[in-house]
Design a binder for this molecule. Structure first.
Ligand SMILES: C[S@@+](CC[C@H](N)C(=O)[O-])C[C@H]1O[C@@H](n2cnc3c(N)ncnc32)[C@H](O)[C@@H]1O
Length: 237
């Protein structure tokens, strides 16, 4: 997905023009921000899964799931915690969470083919107690509530690339997220399009930054950077 590394500014009492400057419109939109793109991608992945049992792309690799699971262990997130995987794709994270012992799992995605793929993948693993729903995170306000943990791996990135009014989409995302998480609940985001500073900026109201999870770093032109950011937030009022 598109990559950009800009600094951050505080977001309290932003005006619209400040919002524009606030690391909002600093990369190009793309087809990866459209439902059609994901539907086509998951239709292909679904066919492949049915043919040869390959679950398809694990966004940001296996380690992107392991590092979150390790943090959940350390934070002693109970196995009966209500966990939501936002934009679950092929459901691979739900499988890992279930194998780890979590038993109150929900995955949502707006692509019907993703939902079918995730259900197939879970069923093949014998994991029949996981809920997977076709839901657009940007138009479901009030439907998703009371989650102890919300996980996003690549979905806010995709939403940020939406060619149709992506500024509004990003705001809607934050509103829905706030409704979905219980007080003191946890939000875990893994992103390749936004830096730590930009994510802190975006999730500064109603969330408290808890921790950054270490991700692989690279060196370029004498500077060190990370291609992926993984952050933990707590929902606060
Ligand atoms: C980069 S993929 C990541 C999929 C999965 N989280 C993973 O890590 O493999 C982005 C996902 O977000 C989903 N998505 C994008 N916009 C969405 C929306 N508004 N509501 C629900 N899902 C959405 C896409 O269908 C796709 O499955």
């Amino acid at each position: 997905m598109a990559d950009d590394r800009e600094g951050s500014r505080g977001c309290e009492n932003r005006t619209d023009s400040e919002e524009d400057k606030c690391s909002d419109n600093d990369f190009e939109t793309s087809k990866l921000g459209t439902k059609e793109y994901w539907e086509e991608a998951y239709q292909k992945e679904l066919e492949t899964f049915k043919d040869i049992g390959d679950v398809g792309e694990i966004w940001f690799g296996e380690e992107s799931m392991s590092r979150v699971l390790r943090w959940m262990d350390k934070a002693k997130i109970p196995e009966d915690a209500a966990v939501l995987d936002i934009g679950t794709g092929n459901g691979a994270f739900l499988v890992e969470l279930a194998k780890h012992g979590y038993r109150n799992l929900t995955g949502i995605d707006y692509s019907p083919a993703s939902v079918e793929l995730a259900r197939n993948v879970l069923q093949a693993e014998g994991l029949t107690d996981v809920t997977v729903k076709e839901t657009d995170f940007l138009s479901c306000r009030g439907e998703l509530t009371d989650f102890d943990v919300c996980i996003d791996k690549g979905t806010f990135d995709a939403i940020s690339l939406n060619p149709d009014n992506n500024k509004e989409c990003k705001k809607l995302y934050v509103h829905t997220l706030k409704d979905a998480i219980k007080d003191n609940g946890i939000f875990v985001i893994t992103s390749c399009n936004w830096t730590k500073e930009q994510l802190l900026d975006r999730f500064c109201e109603g969330f408290q930054f808890v921790q950054e999870l270490p991700t692989p770093s690279f060196q370029f032109g004498g500077k060190t950077g990370n291609s992926v950011a993984a952050l933990i937030f707590k929902r606060v009022h």
